[in-house]
Design a protein around this ligand. Structure first.
Ligand code: APR
Length: 179
């Protein structure tokens, strides 16, 4: 599914984020940037050790929840990995929505600051961090739409959703937000 926002592409794609041939892919990291399973495991496995070596050296204090940092992409087809830290879901009254929006916003800012024409993002916080998928999808897409409307770039914002259920939730949210 694809829509145009301010002349730029906003896309939903079902697949594996590590295979995306775009300038930047986003990792669903933790605040220690310590690696893990899910997206994080796949990125470090496929990208090789240079990614962790770089984040250890550049960001020894990690990255706060609700923000993101950038590194090279090692052996991956992308140029950059943006390590975003979404919130752990704990009921919705601990600022989760603001933190999730902040993480996505920082990813898009970093992509633009590094002249990325295309960025691929996963459904942050919806795996190990248990954020309800429908709310996460609306939050993610609202940030992307607002950012594209405000900045007119990057040229391509692609959400890469791993399974059909997650894709379906994003597709429903996108239809609702662009109706
Ligand atoms: N490509 C795209 N999406 C993927 C991939 C992949 N290769 N692997 C998993 N996913 C999906 C999951 O199905 C889920 O919908 O990404 C979404 C986010 O799941 P997680 O990777 O578990 O991320 P998150 O919920 O943000 O939890 C982050 O998990 O791996 C650890 O170190 C990480 O502690 C951090 C936490």
């Amino acid at each position: 599914m694809q829509v145009e926002i301010s002349g730029q592409k906003l896309e939903l794609h079902q697949g594996d984020i590590t295979l995306q041939e775009v300038d930047a892919i986003v990792n669903a990291a933790n605040s220690r940037l310590a690696g893990g399973g899910g997206v994080d495991g796949a990125i470090h496995r496929r990208g090789g050790q240079s990614i962790m070596a770089e984040t250890d050296a550049k960001y020894p204090d990690g990255c706060p929840t609700g923000s993101a940092v950038i590194s090279g992409a090692g052996k991956l087809p992308a140029k950059y990995v943006i390590h975003a830290v979404g919130p752990v879901w704990s009921g919705g009254s601990r600022g989760e929505a603001e933190l999730l929006a902040g993480a996505y916003r920082r990813c898009l800012e970093l992509a633009v600051e590094h002249d990325c024409r295309g960025i691929a993002l996963p459904a942050l916080s919806t795996g190990a961090y248990r954020y309800p998928i429908d709310q996460a999808a609306r939050a993610a897409l609202s940030v992307a739409i607002e950012f594209l409307e405000a900045h007119g770039k990057p040229e391509l914002v692609r959400f890469v959703l791993f399974d059909a259920g997650t894709y379906g939730a994003f597709a429903a949210a996108l239809e609702e937000l662009t109706a």
